[in-house]
Design a binder for this molecule. Structure first.
Ligand code: AHR
Length: 332
């Protein structure tokens, strides 16, 4: 019987800078590469900016741990910094991992480092976020959400809810500047609003970096700059920013969900609780729990199997009638 050594090696970005010896030590031979028993996978994760992200890291780590085909997962939390992800990838190349999994913080700036992985003969799988089309040849496949579609879902609800009335005044809390979900959720949303001819005005749109603190502070600025009396809708690109904004709205003496309607994207427990409390009006789901599927993809990629360039994960939408029933089902 083959004895599999299971190792989930978590490296904070700081540890990554100074601790590459610790990575290599896991394989015993200093290379960190395939011991012949199972795959060694390097995962450069975005960070820990949201409940979604934590659930995604947990899902991937648990799946790797439970999967006999995976010998070791080298996990790096890049603290939302592309430079740290680039450094992690270079370390994975030095350690000769079998497959690199990258959840790219932003869409651009990957050509050089992914070219280095290609030269080293290490296949790259994108998890969650995508990169710009020009670099499409530098990864094998992407498993994650269709962010444009998520934006379209938010747009469709907006048209259904506000269409035919007076001008709809919108505030938008965007995700991390340059990230695929921020770019695509915006694209899909306005594609539907413009396509359906909704009479709307974008009062303001700024990035809250996908964090609750960012969402709160940008919302405070929105309120002090524009007031809230004339605003109909807040479109927040994720739960955390929406929840932060709700605090700012309440502190300013307004009723979230009533004085201003709110769309959030993700579908965390906290987001659904806000929905049950009447503070959120529509939730577009973004599903982080795809660790098992990701391990299958990693194994297929290592075996050189042909895969679709993009595999979307399944996702739904939820309105006020669904919030209470759906809350117990939420996994994060
Ligand atoms: O890339 C997925 C997005 O990243 C999620 O919507 C958000 O919560 C996370 O930070």
């Amino acid at each position: 019987m083959i004895m599999l050594r299971k190792a989930i090696v978590g490296l904070g970005a700081g540890a990554l800078l100074f601790g590459s010896a610790a990575c290599g030590a896991d394989d015993g031979d200093g290379s960190g590469g395939d011991s012949g028993e199972g795959l060694v996978v390097g995962f450069a994760q975005v960070g820990a900016e949201s409940a979604w992200r934590t659930a995604n890291s947990d899902s991937v780590q648990a799946a790797a741990e439970a999967d006999d085909r995976i010998d070791e997962l080298k996990f790096v939390d890049a603290q939302q910094e592309q430079e740290k992800q680039i450094e992690a990838i270079r370390n994975f190349i030095t350690q000769q991992v079998d497959v690199i999994v990258l959840a790219p913080v932003v869409e651009t700036g990957w050509t050089d480092v992914l070219g280095e992985a290609e030269t080293a003969g290490i296949p790259v799988v994108l998890a969650d976020r995508g990169i710009e089309a020009a670099d499409e040849d530098l990864y094998v496949t992407r498993l994650g959400s269709d962010f444009v579609e998520e934006g379209r879902k938010a747009g469709s609800w907006t048209v259904e809810t506000f269409g035919g009335g007076e001008t709809t005044r919108i505030l938008e809390l965007e995700g991390t500047v340059g990230s695929a979900p921020a770019n695509d959720r915006k694209t899909g949303f306005y594609e539907v609003l413009d396509g359906e001819g909704l009479d709307y005005e974008l009062v303001d749109s700024q990035s809250g970096d996908f964090t609750a603190e960012g969402g709160k502070s940008v919302m405070e600025t929105f309120i002090s700059t524009h007031g809230l009396e004339e605003v109909d809708l807040l479109y927040a690109h994720n739960d955390e920013m929406g929840l932060g904004a709700i605090q700012a709205i309440e502190e300013a003496g307004f009723e979230p969900g009533t004085d201003v309607q709110i769309i959030i994207v993700d579908g965390s427990k906290a987001g659904f609780e806000a929905g049950v409390d009447g503070k959120v009006n529509y939730i577009v789901e973004c599903n982080p729990v795809f660790g098992d599927q990701l391990m299958d993809v990693v194994v297929q990629v290592d075996a050189g199997e042909e895969l679709e360039k993009f595999t979307p994960v399944e996702e739904g939408v939820f309105g006020p009638d669904d919030f209470e029933d759906e809350l117990p089902n939420r996994q994060f």
